[in-house]
Write a protein that binds this ligand. Structure first.
Ligand code: 13P
Ligand code: SF4
Length: 350
């Protein structure tokens, strides 16, 4: 576990990280990307960290891969690439850098390491897990194979390297339906997200999709009753949900897609009002880009994603602590599952 007082004393020996309105003013171009959602007072706090991180990144030939659920100061201030799980995995494999800092959760860092074993992959906080990744082990995959002999196993990227290694192919929320549809067998095993699997089953009726009973603690909290009640009072609002939500929530929504699919929908449709049925930072991150869209409604926080902070990013860049390692034998098998997903996605034009 990261000792925050040690983190702070290490950083204060090397940097002046006191809030600085002058420095904040000199970094107006960066602030302009988030000024609708980050107050000037908060920006004066963040600016010294953003400056230190960006300088150190260049010195270490490092890149920061930021997931769409990062807070705005991370998403807009220090990330070199932002995106959903599939986009970040592809970027990890392609990017030319010695070091990747994964501003996201642990399974994403493992995926980067699996695809780029020669790079150093740093996690700002090793405890940034995921309820889905924690819900299944490689034994669970074997249990499903024993129950449905011959059926291929499609595992969500929100899994550990061991689970990916035990699976036939991975998927993300942006390609799950197409990947399941492309399997030869009539029965397809999907792990570990029961709701993503049920949503895919609805879209791919020609397959018998069987699933593991895992769920995302952020998205499982939404109910169709909440959505219908919200719609009653806000009939003009477009309701856009992530496919980790239970099927009745998706049925009550106007659109469902991965985090990048959600951004694309907002960009293409520019609704007057939108409710994003997903993690809270999504709406904050895109509200400067779409000032004409009013984002309404409740959102839920992912406690794992929220473990990542500017302070921890700077600390791992200074110390090079928290390097993510994957056993090479497991990584080799896991790479096959992830690479099959990337190749099939390209083949399908996704
Ligand atoms: P995306 O692939 O849609 O970014 O989802 C990742 C995730 O963890 C959502 O909860
Ligand atoms: Fe995992 Fe859900 Fe958090 Fe995504 S939002 S990292 S699926 S717990």
């Amino acid at each position: 576990m990261l000792d925050l007082s040690h983190v702070r004393s290490t950083l204060s020996e090397r940097f002046d990280l006191a809030p600085s309105p002058d420095l904040a003013a000199s970094m107006q171009d960066v602030y302009a990307r988030m000024d609708r959602v980050v107050s000037p007072v908060d920006w004066a706090v963040y600016a010294p960290y953003v400056k230190a991180i960006n300088e150190l990144k260049a010195a270490r030939n490092a890149v920061i891969l930021g997931h769409n659920y990062m807070t705005p100061e991370i998403y807009h201030g220090v990330s070199d690439f932002v995106g959903d799980s599939l986009q970040l995995a592809i970027k990890a494999a392609e990017v030319e850098a010695d070091v990747i800092v994964q501003a996201g959760v642990h399974f994403m860092a493992e995926t980067s390491k699996i695809l780029s074993p020669q790079k150093t992959v740093l996690m700002p906080d090793m405890e940034a897990g995921c309820s889905l990744a924690e819900s299944i082990t490689a034994d669970g995959i074997e249990e499903m194979r024993a129950k449905y002999p011959g059926a291929p196993v499609v595992s969500y990227v929100n899994t550990t390297a061991e689970v990916k290694a035990a699976s036939d192919i991975c998927c993300t929320s942006s390609n799950a339906a197409q990947i399941v549809a492309a399997m030869e067998s009539d029965t397809v095993i999907m792990t570990p997200d029961q709701y993503l699997a049920q949503n895919v089953a609805r879209d791919v009726p020609q397959k018998n999709v069987v699933f593991w009973p895992g769920s995302c603690i952020v998205h499982e909290q939404y109910t169709a009753e909440d959505i219908n009640e919200f719609r009653k009072w806000n009939p003009e609002t477009k309701i856009i949900a992530h496919p980790e939500c239970p099927p009745p929530v998706i049925a009550a929504s106007d659109f469902s897609g991965s985090t990048s699919g959600i951004i694309r929908f907002v960009s293409e449709n520019r609704p007057k009002q939108a409710m994003l049925v997903t993690e809270c930072s999504m709406a904050s991150n895109i509200s400067d880009e779409f000032p004409e869209v009013e984002f309404l409604g409740p959102c839920n926080m992912c406690p794992y994603m929220k473990k990542i902070s500017l302070e921890k990013i700077l600390y791992v860049l200074v110390t090079m602590d928290n390097q993510v390692e994957v056993d090479p034998a497991i990584a080799e098998k896991a790479r096959l599952s992830v690479q099959r997903m990337i190749d099939l996605s390209r083949e399908l034009g996704l």
